[in-house]
Structure formats: C-alpha cells, structure tokens
Ligand binder design. Sequence first.
Ligand SMILES: *Cc1c(COP(=O)(O)O)cnc(C)c1O
Length: 416
Amino acid sequence: MKKPSARTKSLIAKGRKYYTAAYKPREMILDRGKGALAWDLDGNDYVDLGAGIAVSALGHHRREMLDALMGQAKKLWHTSNIYFTAPPVLLAEELVKSSKFARRVFLTNSGGEANEAAIKLARKYAADKGRPAQQRNIVTFTGSFHGRTLATVTATAQPKYQAGFEPLPPGFRYCPFNDFAAASRMIDSTVCAVLIEPVQGEGGITPAKPGFLKHLQELCHKHDALLMLDEVQCGMGRCGALFAYFAERGVKPDVVTLAKALGGGIPIGAMLVGEKAENVFQYGSHGSTFGGNPLACAVARVVLQKLQTKTLQKNIRERGTQLASALAAINNRHGVFSEIRGRGLMIGAELSDPHKGKASDIVETARSHGVLVLQAGPNVLRFLPPLTITEKEMKEGVKRLEQAIQTHIGPPSLRA
Ligand SMILES: *Cc1c(COP(=O)(O)O)cnc(C)c1O
C-alpha cells in the first residue's frame, strides 16, 4: 500500500469532523472502479468482494448502465408520481413478469422504505378486513435485518440496532429463526403478516432451513396473514436464481421487497405485491417523492435484464463454487473457519473459536492487503462480490485474503 497523500488525509479528517459518527469508514478514499476492482485516491487497487453491500451486482463502471443513465439524464430527471414516465412503468412491468407471483409494484429509494411500505400494507390488509389494531401483529425472526427506520428497526429482531430508540412501535413479535414449533405457536389469528429473509444477510448469511418458508406459508394461509419476503440482500441473482425464494418449491409469497442490487449502485427499492393484497394500497394510501425516479429506473431495467441472462447465472454458480472451495482450501491450511455457508455468491465464513470476535480486525487487515470483504456480526466474514466477477479477479481476491489471514494469525511456528 502506498502512503496516504495529504489530500487523502485531509478528506478523511473532514469526514470524521463533519459526518455524524454513525459510520466508521476505513482509512482510504475510494475514487473509481472497473468490474470487480476499485482504486483509491492514492492509486492502491482493491478486489471488491463486497460490492458495497451486495449493491454493485454488475460491477463498477459498466457500459450498458452508464448508457442507460446518460440517455435518461439527457431527457428528464424527475416529474413526481402525479405523472407517468416510461422507465418506472416499464420496470414495474418487468418486475411483475420476472417475479412469477406479483401483480403490482410500489417503487421506493431504499430497502428500508420498501419494507416500511410492506409493513404498512400488511397493517392495512388486516384493517380492511375489520381486524382491530391488536390483531395486526407482524412476526419477524431473531437475527434478521430489515432496515433502520423506526418500524423496520423494530422489525429487525436484534437488540443492538434498537437500543436507545425506544419507544418502539408496537405490534411486532420475534420468533427464533428456523424454529418450526415456535413459528406454529406465534403465528395465530392476531398476526397479519410474517416478514422473513430467505437467507439472512446481516445476521450471518444463514439460509432458512428447507421447508421453513413453506411451513410459514401454511401458517399464513391458515390465519389469513401475508407471507412477506425481504429479498433486499439475498434477491436479484445473489443466490443464483433471480429471486432467492425460487430455490424452494411451492412457495408463493404475497409480498417481496427488493433494493440493493436492483439499481446496480443507483438508489432504488421496490415492494412487489401478489394477488391477495394487490388492492390494499388505494389512492392516497402511500407515497414517495423520489420513488420511481426515472434515472434510477432506467438503470434498474438494465440490471434486471442482465440478471436474467444465462451467462450471468452460470457465472454466479461457477464463481460461487470457486469462492467456496477457495475458502475451504484457506481453511485447510490455516484452520480459521468453523463453517463456510451460503448460496450462489452470498457466502459467509464463520470464524473458529480461537478467532472469535476478530471479523472486524480481519476485514481491516484484508483491506490493507488490497481486498474488500465484509463482516456479518462479530464472527462471520461475508462475501458478496459483483455477480459479474471474473475467475481471475476472484482468484486474486482470495489470494490477497489468504495473505491477510496469514498476517493476522502469524506464521505457523507461532501458532498454538
Ligand atoms: C440492507 C438491507 C435492508 C435495508 O436497506 P436500506 O437500503 O439500507 O434501507 C433491509 N433488508 C435487508 C435484508 C438488507 O440487507
């Protein structure tokens, strides 16, 4: 790594001074990218195995996305949802057709907003049926993550995200993830919706057990509740298929939320609604000034189209296998992981006992070796590379990761 320049140091100092301290960005200023590579202001290169957080699905600086963005930018930036424009209308059609269940779409700017819309939709679904407020509970799961707005952080069943923000809105119930019996107990006639990530992201890359979504679907059916899938992180090709729920046969959700990869780096989110609840939102029920912005939608249309190509889906499978076996090989040599899990290009490596709590340190060492990886909780290294990553980029990324791990744990002779 080159030494940080005066400009890098000055920008970091300003960021520390003028941002609220809600984030703790790493000591570099990222400046440009291409494919799965990114460069900082000082010219250091990084293999990006995080894609932001599962956002840059088609990699950085992709020609087709740039053309779509520039093409729209030269025509019209914004009009408000009181008028139609072509890109959001066409994106809504394409989302409905590719989802296999949806009838209608509400476009937002982020995942949190998409989930917020879903929560409001679920409450109104029950209200429309004459159910009083006490019978509009929403069940979510331990280890989940649904966003940072007050309602979505309440849906997020992890105390660390909620502490200090009380009073939290009522009407949420937390069920242990993948616990069939607990779900049967908790989902009763006072529940209007179940919100779940088919593969938990922030919680540690934990897939729902086979049959769990189906089980929830049956309980929802029995109690007239909506099955709502948060695919903000695990959707849009990340797990191999366009939607993560495609992996489980017979599951037909009522609502699916999307964001992150949908815009390939441009802010956008979406709530997809199936037949059961398609008429819940009526004129005036909900709104968003920027949701469905033509610039974002023009880019999202390109992303959605690319994600459905056979070549990209093949790449997700092949690079996913490459990454998982490279991590297994690293583990054979260094014994740092207790488990490597996930699907497609959504992979988590849980640190073994002697390295527990060290994910954050390893992430930082990896950065200083030129590879960007993420963590999920204190013990899991999380990999969410661009879905377009090449074999060569992946190979270089895991090579740098191994160097970082070696540096981190010290030479074999010093290990216990
Ligand atoms: C990131 C994330 C969100 C929140 O999305 P924002 O765009 O940050 O509001 C919600 N759900 C899941 C599963 C996520 O990973």
